[in-house]
Design a protein. Sequence first.
Length: 278
Amino acid sequence: MSKNTPILDNHLHLNPEEGDGIEAVDAFASMGGTHMLIVNLPSWYFDVQASKGEDFQPVFDKTVEIAKQATTRLPGKAWPVLGVHPGLISKLIERGESPDSAKEIMQSGIETAAEYVAEGKALALKSGRPHYDVSDEVWQASNDVMRHAFQMGAEHDCVVQLHTEGGSDFSEVTTWAKEVGLDSKHVVKHYSQGPIEGPVPSVISSKDAIEEAAEGDELFFMETDFLDDPDRPGAVLGPKTVPRRVRWMEENGYEEAIYRAHVEAPKRVYGIDTESTL
């Protein structure tokens, strides 16, 4: 594999306090990884009890800081992706909030994350809806949070990464994005299992999922969703997985798909140049 081949992990987490933190970056780089998008951990990982948008700032600041540190260790660059984990709505309701008040807290958090984008401190936003069963009222509130993220994405001309339930057809979601002025190419579905309808898929880097995406001709990303959680060792995929999978793709004749996922998709979706930043 050429040293000039960009390799981007589109969605992983780093825990600078209790996890591997920068050591995970070194592991990624040691296998040929060059670029990463670091998504902030859920606020409850840091015992943040948010009641307003500003309360999320410590979580966002930790992510911005470790992305800066990661950039010094990578051949390329790391960018922060900031937002509010959709599972927070359940924790807020457990705390005693109504679905409407939980929605308002989460929307305010996304507005705060959007300020970081506006200031050039973050590349993109994160939102979504629960991937588990919830009441109709909570589902509606969660969709309202996601729609608000789309509005922020449109206002700040940035991508919104989504954490949602599984599935392959999210065309309704991208319709909502278009209604507020956010192009469907600026909606990325994290933890996709292959090609999907609507958003650009960020494909979890198992061989089967990557092979299915590689054999198509649509844009896609590769990710690990590395959790960096010492209480859940081995959860999802480790930080070395994307470079290893890229090597496997090269050995199996998927060079065009490598370019599509690690050069073309970053440029067309996020507006980042993974070649010139090497």
